[in-house]
Every structure is written in structure tokens, then in C-alpha cells.
Ligand binder design. Structure first.
Ligand SMILES: Cc1cc2nc3c(=O)[nH]c(=O)nc-3n(C[C@H](O)[C@H](O)[C@H](O)COP(=O)(O)OP(=O)(O)OC[C@H]3O[C@@H](n4cnc5c(N)ncnc54)[C@H](O)[C@@H]3O)c2cc1C
Length: 383
């Protein structure tokens, strides 16, 4: 693997840095306090091509490889994880999954809107009663002539109140567990679909997280993505790639923590000299720096494997596990460097810690990543 970025990759990274400095950084504190990112940002993300990375230009995508996608998600994560999550879900979990599994008609119907930012997508897997054990989901889609009728509830859905389309996972037929799950593309204006914002999150406050209710929601059979009963494979393939973008976002959080902590340590004086001169503060900074480097390399390895068409699911779990735990450690260490000032939201590190905390929970908790890695090592599934 060549760790030198190509000219195109360097250009994409610079574009993302400029975008973050111009469109995100000035608003981060306000969006966090208001519990909402400015929705007009989605269109801007589309215009600059960040919602179409790796998607074929025939469907409005902006091409690029998975390392370029990681560079952009890292920069967005450095700027604001709430924004990074919009891209990771609408592009990473929804558009890319349609590009991989969809029929030509489904690609034409949804991809140009999702890649341009005219549409937002959300990923509806988790339910109130099934999180880690997603294969036992209870939302039902029952065949009714040429249609399906959907009933059930989805919980903690990122982009949920903003989305135009839900990539929904529901039980069809009688097969137990994950074998009975199918995937559907459900427009959110379909009668019977209602949404409620989940308020009071510890972090990612700017992100629209929602509970979705389906009551007799009628969709044509053509809304099914991939063959009947393949829904769980669709979900797992989406999450395997999704974990890489979460990991990249975590690298961004850890890098932001490092930049802030180094800057502050050089300015703040105690005992007659900058705190950066105290060896125990240097230890905090070097611990963050090692976490940044290790998380980034693990994440880039996944991108490299995907781009070379090699298996990557275990490596993606490894990167997500390490990078999410590293982001929490890095933000916590940075907060320590800031002392009491780190505890108030005029300084960035408290938000980094709040945002980092969810990364060890969603798209598979740290415990679930360990089970995935353990299964790959032993051949024995603990699920
Ligand atoms: C802000 C936010 C955004 C989210 N966005 C989305 C989204 O867009 N779409 C979506 O579908 N979901 C989303 N989720 C849901 C997320 O993926 C789940 O919260 C996560 O999968 C964990 O499920 P749970 O919360 O039900 O926890 P549980 O599964 O109940 O787990 C609770 C604890 O038990 C542990 N545990 C469970 N099973 C095992 C086991 N077999 N062995 C060891 N330990 C175990 C877990 O690791 C955890 O520590 C989001 C969640 C949050 C908080």
C-alpha cells in the first residue's frame, strides 16, 4: 500500500479542508446549541461533490476512490461530527447501497437526488427492542396484491426527520431471524409514515435523529431492494463499508482534539511557563498523537482493500473499534489539557468528547466489533 496521496486525493482533501473552514467551523457552536445543523448545508455538500463520492457519474456521482471518501469524512469529522454523519448515512449507507444492490430503475429514481443533495437518505434498521440483535427485528412487510403493507417502529434513525427516502429493513414471510428480512426503499411522504425527533442527545446534537412509525404504509413490490430475504445481507454489506466512514470520522475527531490541545498547551501558562513545557502535559499530547496515527492507518487500510476489490469486513470492524475508542480517549485527553476551560462549550474539546462517545455505540457497539473480529479469528460465531 502506497501511503503517499495522489494529486487527486490531495486536491479532494484540500477541498474538504476549505469547505470545513468556510461552511462549518464558524457555525459549530451555534448548531450544537440550537440542536440543528443548517439544512441548506446539504445542498452545498452536494454541489461540492461530497454526497456523490465513489458513485458512478452516470447517476450524478463524483467518482473518486474510497481513500478520497475517507479523507473527506475525516475532514468533516474534524469540523463537526453532526455534518459528517449526514454524509456517512445519506451517501455511505443509502446511496452506495442502492448503487451496489439496486435495479437500474431504483438507481435512476434515487441516486441523482441523493448525490446532488436534493434528497436526504436514512437507514432504518434499529428498533426499540432490537439494536445489536438486529436480525430479530419485528417491523413487518406483508404482501397485498402487487404491494407490501408495512407496520413497525424504527429507533435512533440518523437524518430521520430530514430524509426523503428510508432504506428500511422489515420482516417478510415466516423465516426466523435474519433469513426473513428484506430491504425496501420507502419515500418518507408515503401515507402512514410518521416521525418524531429524538431530543436530549449527549452529542451529535446538530443531527436530526428520529423515531419512525409505520402504520399500514403501502409500497409497490418494486420498492424492494435486492431479492426477498436478502435484506440482512444488504444491511451487513452497508455497515461493513459504513464502519470505515465512522472510523474516518473518528480520526477527524482525534485530529481536532490534537490540534486544539497542542495550540492551547503552547498558549496557556502555569508555574511561569507554557503548560506544553510540563512533561506530563506532553505525555497527554503524545498519547493523542499516537491514537490519531494508528486510527488513520487502520482506516486507510480498509479503503485500500475496498479499492483493490479485496475482503475488508473484519478490517473495517478493527478500524471502527480502535478509532472510536481512540477518539473518546483523544478528546478526553485534550479536555484534560484544557483544564476547567475544556468543560465549557466556548472551547471545542467538550463537544469533541460528547460527539466521540456515540461512535463506540452505533453501527455496532465495541462489543459487537469484538465478536465480529473473534468470529474471523476462530471461525466460531458468538451471535
Ligand atoms: C445518535 C445515534 C444515531 C443512530 N443512528 C442509527 C441509524 O441511522 N440507523 C439505525 O438503524 N440505527 C441507528 N442507531 C442505533 C445504533 O446502531 C444502536 O444504538 C446500536 O446498534 C446498539 O443498539 P442498542 O442501543 O439497542 O443497544 P443494545 O443492543 O441493547 O446493547 C446494550 C449493551 O449490551 C451490549 N451487548 C448486546 N449484545 C451483546 C452481545 N451479544 N455480547 C456482548 N455485549 C452485547 C452492547 O454492546 C451494549 O453495551 C443510532 C444510535 C444513536 C445513539
Amino acid at each position: 500500500m502506497n501511503l503517499e496521496l495522489s494529486e487527486e486525493q490531495s486536491a479532494v482533501r484540500r477541498l474538504a479542508e476549505d469547505f470545513v473552514a468556510r461552511e462549518i467551523t464558524p457555525h459549530v457552536v451555534d448548531w450544537d446549541r440550537a440542536e440543528s445543523v443548517d439544512r441548506s448545508l446539504v445542498k452545498k455538500l452536494g454541489e461540492v461533490g461530497f454526497l456523490g463520492l465513489t458513485v458512478d457519474e452516470r447517476y450524478g456521482g463524483s467518482g473518486g476512490d474510497h481513500l478520497a471518501y475517507c479523507l473527506v469524512t475525516e475532514e468533516l469529522g474534524r469540523g463537526d461530527s453532526s455534518v459528517r454523519g449526514i454524509v456517512s448515512v445519506s451517501l455511505g449507507l443509502v446511496a452506495k447501497t442502492i448503487a451496489h444492490w439496486g435495479s437500474e430503475e431504483q438507481k435512476q429514481r434515487w441516486l441523482p437526488g441523493l448525490t446532488s443533495g436534493a434528497y436526504v437518505g436514512c437507514f432504518g434498521l434499529t428498533e426499540p427492542g432490537t439494536g445489536s440483535d438486529a436480525g430479530n427485528l419485528t417491523t413487518r412487510a406483508v404482501r397485498d396484491g402487487g404491494d407490501y403493507l408495512i407496520d413497525g417502529t424504527k429507533m435512533f434513525i440518523t437524518n430521520g426527520t430530514w430524509a426523503d427516502v428510508v432504506l428500511l429493513f422489515a420482516r417478510t414471510g415466516g423465516a426466523p431471524g435474519h433469513k426473513g428480512v428484506s430491504a425496501f426503499l420507502v419515500p418518507t411522504d408515503t401515507p402512514g409514515l410518521s416521525r418524531r425527533t429524538v431530543h436530549g442527545k449527549l452529542g451529535l446534537r446538530g443531527q436530526a435523529t428520529a423515531e419512525l412509525h409505520f402504520e399500514n404504509v403501502r409500497v409497490p413490490a418494486s420498492a424492494m431492494l435486492a431479492p426477498e430475504g436478502k435484506g440482512f445481507s444488504v444491511a451487513m454489506s452497508a455497515l461493513a463499508k459504513g464502519r470505515m466512514s465512522v472510523a474516518a470520522g473518528c480520526v477527524g475527531i482525534a485530529q481536532a482534539a490534537l490540534d486544539a490541545a497542542v495550540g492551547y498547551a503552547g498558549e496557556r501558562e502555569q508555574f511561569g511557563k507554557p503548560i506544553a513545557h510540563h512533561q506530563l502535559v506532553q505525555e497527554l499530547l503524545s498519547d493523542i498523537a499516537v491514537d490519531v496515527d494508528a486510527a488513520r492507518l487502520l482506516t486507510w487500510r480498509v479503503a485500500d482493500l475496498i479499492d483493490r476489490g479485496r475482503p475488508f469486513a473484519t478490517e473495517s470492524s478493527t478500524a471502527k473499534l480502535f478509532a472510536s475508542e481512540a477518539a473518546v480517549r483523544a478528546a478526553n485527553n485534550a479536555l484534560q489539557v484544557f483544564g476547567g476551560y475544556g468543560y465549557i462549550d466556548e472551547y471545542p474539546v467538550g463537544k469533541l468528547l460528547r460527539d466521540a462517545r456515540v461512535m463506540t455505540l452505533y453501527e455496532g457497539t465495541s462489543q459487537i466489533q469484538k465478536l465480529v473480529i473473534g468470529r474471523a479469528l476462530t471461525g466460531v460465531s458468538a451471535f
